[in-house]
Design a protein. Structure first.
Length: 528
């Protein structure tokens, strides 16, 4: 009997020791631990970190999962408990508990209870902070996406605003050059050529601004080709010379003897970089200063140099100038600029496998140079695309085609009218609003409709939709003509069913080719 009692005492103390161990173990855990039966009744609950919940349990106010979870979550939890009891697998569930003051998120892991097949052990971890963090990341991401979207919309809108007047400048300079009834004198031709070239460069720059966001997001596409050094330097000089003259800056060039040298670069971007360096050398020069523009070749690398006799830069400035929107010489704020030119130039140079360097001395002047791979062998493709449109017939038959042009901008209307005048067999109708164009299209059944997208009242997309509703008009090819020239705009237009999408400023030869192709295609499909 004594022995039995002793053993009992020993077991008791062992049990107490184990209970104490278990308690300290549970107290060291930050989770709420529950024992729950298959019906959702709470058999036991331990929690050090959530005394409020523990208190509820102790006072008898927390007996079942229904006392703390909302109806739906309680139902889901009960299903999971049954699943764990049946399969003996551990599962997890997320839920939240709303109190008057706050909302707490928990992640619970439900495991089968050893030695009792009708119960489960649930450990609930408070994940409110993680949830808040994840939420703030999502909100920040959404905000960034919104900002990026409004930036693209702004860029697209701005590009539209600039492209519309540019369309008139480029279009009418071409019309002047091509008008057979009023031929230009040689000097007028030269001037028109300069207007056309400078306008084209402006257009390229608008595209660069649009590309700025692409550079930042690493999505800029450049097309590397064999760029003829002589012509790229001449083109750049022709654009920059009037600016230098206006600022009383002398431009000195070294003769480009070998006209067959090529550099590996993107033609447009290279010109943009050189123009940026040259215009800076002029802008930040001294009165009656000089800019030397020359090239050389070192170890299969080709370099373009721009040296000025200007205000120069200090060593500290040299680190700053390639950062976007950093403008030095704040005292000299009369000088126009945005502070992005060199940042863009540097990124473009590097995209083309090149490098940009600068040496400068304050008060003496600066020497910027860019370096690109030199090309020995090349495919000479120096042929200039000359716009030589004569008044001619593009169609074999003597049929008269009707073109309806829907456009609210008078200059654009006149421009297309002048272009179409170059072609025989075409009669142009025009409408300045979407509503009017639908009536005209039904009445005249044109062979092709050229539709501006940005119209007052109903826009081009709506006009397109409505034209597709009428038997008289639903088979007429419709070509969008728009200053919205971003790839996504073009894709949108084509996916809606436009036969083609022409961007402004209009490239006259391409425009004529597109129209005549559509008209002749339409003829052949209409042949019985
Ligand atoms: P922007 O000329 O539009 O301000 P850039 O990015 O081309 O922008 O140039 C950044 C800054 O670097 C300029 O604001 C100017 O302070 C300085 N800088 C650029 N080129 C020269 C130069 N040739 N001489 C002196 N300072 C220059």
């Amino acid at each position: 009997m004594k022995i039995v009692k002793k053993r009992l005492l020993l077991s008791h103390s062992e049990l107490r020791r184990q209970a104490t161990d278990l308690k300290s173990l549970i107290n060291s855990i930050n989770d709420i631990i529950l024992e729950i039966d298959s019906k959702g009744y709470i058999i036991a609950l331990w929690s050090k970190t959530h005394p409020d919940i523990y208190q509820l349990y102790i006072e008898g106010d927390l007996n079942s999962i229904d006392d703390i979870l909302d109806k739906n979550t309680a139902k889901k939890a009960r299903e999971k408990i049954v699943h764990v009891i049946q399969t003996k697998e551990t599962v997890t569930i997320d839920f939240n508990i709303k109190s008057t003051s706050n909302l707490k998120w928990f992640e619970a892991s439900i495991s089968p209870r050893l030695n009792d097949s009708n119960k489960v052990v649930v450990s609930c971890r408070d994940v409110t902070e993680q949830k808040k963090l994840a939420h703030s990341i999502i909100v920040a991401k959404e905000d960034a996406e919104k900002a990026s979207k409004s930036k693209s919309e702004f860029l697209s809108g701005m590009s539209h605003e600039l492209r519309t007047p540019l369309n008139a400048i480029l279009g009418f300079s071409q019309v002047l050059e091509l008008d057979p009834e009023a031929p230009l004198t040689d000097s007028q031709k030269e001037s028109v050529k300069e207007i056309f070239k400078a306008g084209n460069h402006l257009l390229e720059l608008i595209n660069e601004v649009l590309d700025l966001s692409k550079i930042e997001s690493g999505k800029l596409s450049i097309s590397i080709e064999s760029v003829p050094i002589k012509s790229v330097m001449e083109e750049t000089l022709a654009i920059i010379k009037p600016f230098a003259a206006k600022n009383n800056i002398k431009i000195i060039t070294h003769p480009t003897e070998n006209s067959n040298e090529f550099v590996s670069a993107d033609h447009t971007r290279l010109k943009q970089i050189l123009l940026n360096l040259l215009s800076n050398a002029i802008k930040y020069n001294k009165q009656n200063g000089e800019v030397t523009f020359y090239h050389d070749k070192i170890n299969n690398k080709f370099r373009f140099h721009v040296v000025d006799t200007g205000i120069g830069l200090s060593l500290g400035d040299l680190d700053e100038i390639f950062k976007p929107f950093h403008r030095l010489n704040k005292i000299n704020n009369k000088i126009e600029g945005t502070g992005i030119g060199l940042a863009v130039a540097k990124q473009l140079v590097e995209l083309m496998d090149g490098k940009i360097y600068v040496d400068s001395q304050k008060g003496i002047g600066s020497h910027f140079y860019v370096e690109f791979p030199y090309i020995d062998s090349h495919i000479i493709d120096d042929s200039e695309i000359l716009i030589s449109v004569e008044r001619k017939s593009y169609f074999s038959e003597n049929k008269l085609y009707k073109v309806l042009y829907v456009e609210d901008n008078y200059a654009n209307l006149r421009l297309v009218e002048r272009i179409l005048m170059q072609i025989n067999n075409i009669e142009m109708l025009s409408a300045t609003s979407g509503e009017l164009s639908i009536d005209l299209a039904i009445a005249h059944k044109p062979d092709i409709i050229l539709l501006d997208i940005n119209l007052p009242g109903i826009d081009g997309y709506e006009v397109f939709k409505r034209l597709k509703l009428y038997d008289e008009t639903n088979n007429i090819p419709i070509v969008a003509i728009s200053a919205h020239a971003m790839q996504k705009d073009i894709e949108k237009g084509l996916s809606l069913g436009f036969t083609d999408y022409i961007t402004k400023p209009i490239n006259i030869p391409n425009f004529i080719a597109t129209i005549s192709n559509i008209l002749t295609d339409n003829d052949s499909t209409n042949v019985p």
